[in-house]
Ligand binder design. Sequence first.
Ligand code: SIN
Length: 522
Amino acid sequence: MSRGVRAQYDVLVVGSGIAGISAAITAAEAGLSVALLSKEADAFDSNTGWAQGGIVGVSPEDSAELLAHDIRYAGAGANFADAVNLVVSEGPQLVHDFLAGRVAVPFSRDKSGALELTREAAHSVRRIYYAKDSTGAAIQRALLTYLAKTAGVTLLTGHTAIDLITNTHNSADIQERYRRTKVLGVYAHCDSAGCVRTLLARSVILATGGPGNLFRHTSNPDGATGDGVAMAYRIGAEVIDARYVQFHPTILFHRDSRQFLITEALRGEGARLLNHSGERFVPRYHPDGELAPRDEVARAIYREMEQENSDYVLLDATVVDIDLKKRFPGIFEHCKALGIDIRSQPIPVVPAAHYFCGGVKVDLDGGTSIEGLLAAGETACNGVHGANRLASISLLEGLLWGVRCGRNVAATLPDADARLYATIPDWVEPAEPEEFDPVLVRQDQRTIQSTMWNYAGIIRSRKRLLRALADLDYLSHRIEQFYRSATLTRQIIELRNSVLTASIIVGDAIAHPQSSGCHYVE
Ligand code: SIN
């Protein structure tokens, strides 16, 4: 191990949300040396930290069969049965024992100290652990505290992974080109040093989150640029189900607030969606009304907005019979600061890109189609969500597959190959780099966002998708040229990943003309 440009670990974990941290803890507790990379200066800043609603835990009202039924119902029956069986049989207990127990996440409890349970759309019973309305932040904080006490983990913040290092793509030994591809580490841009580091490892786990920020409206942070999917795709890993981008029905619509989620738990407690005539419209589209699966509710809102020619609908929480300020303090304060008292006024909301049900294809232990590469969380697709994810299953999946990836690498770690590592060159910057122009990069990112929102969004058509692919092709050519000639920054790396991941999503959508779950083609 070294702190210079070149360093070597047993395992590299890229991404510091629930999946990445759980994988890092598990691998380190098995005695491996682990580096955990975060693009952010503070590892707290991840998609996990933004999750509001909750995570499925252990409920006396629940059973594995009932939970499996709800996951399949939300997923339009396109789920992988083995993955569903694994989640329902191991997931809730792991949340209880590991998160609520060992990691001591401060989930909301009643006066007797018992864990409170809430409900969200398409759940048959109350089975969701939550921490008021900032469950993700409570989990992320507790996991980072636990991680800091775990020996063997080096946390590398401000490190943006550029590409996976493999023998076939990067080795100076040309013999390696003819061998089977195996992952040997990552090239990562270090923001503070302004250099690219060669981080070598016996296994790499991708847990970089999803691609929400490829869409104009999203509940995700800016860093959700599909990095893991793009990196894995570039080395030939299988990516599946990329057409399944889930849109959350209720993101706050306000000029001064982007990306603020209004948790589904509010509808779980009884809040209703109204159009501008004050009519409760969702039951016209689906018999389960506001508690129908997310894709159905998002489409109902989209249609209603089209009919009314409006930019938003209204979420009325005034009818909810609980203390909103106490139960949803984050939403209460955020809205209040914008002049909306949710106890007496409806909340303007729009659907927005929320979760990627597709991703790098993995097995039940997080293994991908490439040797030495694993993936977990939103980056990965193990088939559990099928065509549309059930609420409060994402953190659960991230935790379960994170832990399983950690166990998998501990059980199967290949020997470090010093001869092969020595053939991997360090990164070479262009001799006369093109100047970085933030305006050009920002505009390209915005073009991707509006292309994806307008042509590959909640309601798609073949014509729109073909237009999207053509526009992305053109953009991709320009971005790749720029990437090769510029001194790298995090923004350029993200832009390159964004355009590739967007093209993968659109390509998969074109290849599947039948609507299913959150992939809806007119
Ligand atoms: C929410 O709180 O509505 C989001 C929860 C989820 O995506 O599972």
